[in-house]
Design a protein around this ligand. Sequence first.
Ligand SMILES: Nc1ncnc2c1ncn2[C@@H]1O[C@H](COP(=O)(O)OP(=O)(O)O)[C@@H](O)[C@H]1O
Ligand code: SF4
Ligand SMILES: [Mg+2]
Length: 348
Amino acid sequence: MPNLAVKLQNEPAEQNEPILKAVDLHTWFEIRRMGFFKAGDVRALDGVTFELYQGETVSIVGESGCGKSTLAKTILGIHKPTKGELYFQGKNVAEFDKDELKEYRSKVGYIQQDPYGALPSFMDTRTILEEPMKINGIKSKKERENRIKQVLEEVKLAPIEDYLPKFPHMLSGGQQQRLVIARAMILEPKLLIADEPVSMLDASVRVEILQLLQSLQRVHNLAIIYITHDLSTVRYFSERIFSMYGAKIIEKSTTEALLDNPLHPYTQALFRATSDPDAENLKTFKEVPTGEPPSLMNPPPGCRFNPRCSKKIKGLCDVEEPPEIQVNGDQIVKCWLYEKEKVSHESK
Ligand SMILES: Nc1ncnc2c1ncn2[C@@H]1O[C@H](COP(=O)(O)OP(=O)(O)O)[C@@H](O)[C@H]1O
Ligand code: SF4
Ligand SMILES: [Mg+2]
């Protein structure tokens, strides 16, 4: 995919209070044999902590099955966390009453990977956009009509009158995703969660959709969580990157620092593959290091990456989970290598 032409120039994030804060968030799925006996839990999200500020985009990267969508769905309230807390604008989401929960849902927009699957096939564009407003008590028909027009203009589904009566199957993949984005924007959210928003679209429309998200962010000062497999876009689309492995965030960094100097051996392997200058290698590159992802029902002890890590410290990495280590102002990493560095610096 060609790179996006212009890097998003955000207003500086408001650093006082995060719009979203996750503290030791866990989401486990119980697995039952024959629908009866508990066979164990899939620890799809297993202790995730982070803060997100208004006006910033954070990319979440990591191989398939590492828990990215579970994190998205836990934030969206589709899954209830097994443990840990989620705070929105300083308030614990678990303590929201019915009205607060409704308000929260209206402030967090969701853009899924498969736009066709996300849209009700029996509704036309007007109804798809009007529904959330009716549910949220916007009673004035005129207000709803105005908002629909405004949002369709913003996502560039024009001429508007042509699109209003159309059903999802009458739209192209790119137009369907614009409609999904319009629906996500209709209640004027503060935060958008975009889970692989372009991976099912034709290469020709991917950049346009990402540019649309960028422009919406700029105009509305949105916070965006951008989940992606496409590492070539993160540089242009996010201020920070979280790298996930085995249901945990193993590196949190500014985009600049991470691309310049990835710290975690897994992130190094992930990004080395995309920065290979040899065009021949690019055709054959592997996005992930060799070896199997860890079982989330029975994860390896210690660092979850240890069975695949060439830098593993025996007796430590395979025994004890590494803590989060702040390596410099911009990077936090869960890896024992940096604890050792810290200790050896301190003892000098
Ligand atoms: N509803 C569910 N029930 C049981 N296991 C699930 C459920 N949703 C996801 N999982 C499992 O949780 C793990 C993480 O999945 P997911 O969050 O979809 O990963 P990603 O989006 O990074 O590919 C996978 O092992 C997946 O099979
Ligand atoms: S903690 Fe050990 S096994 Fe895990 S990534 Fe670091 S060096 Fe490798
Ligand atoms: Mg996913």
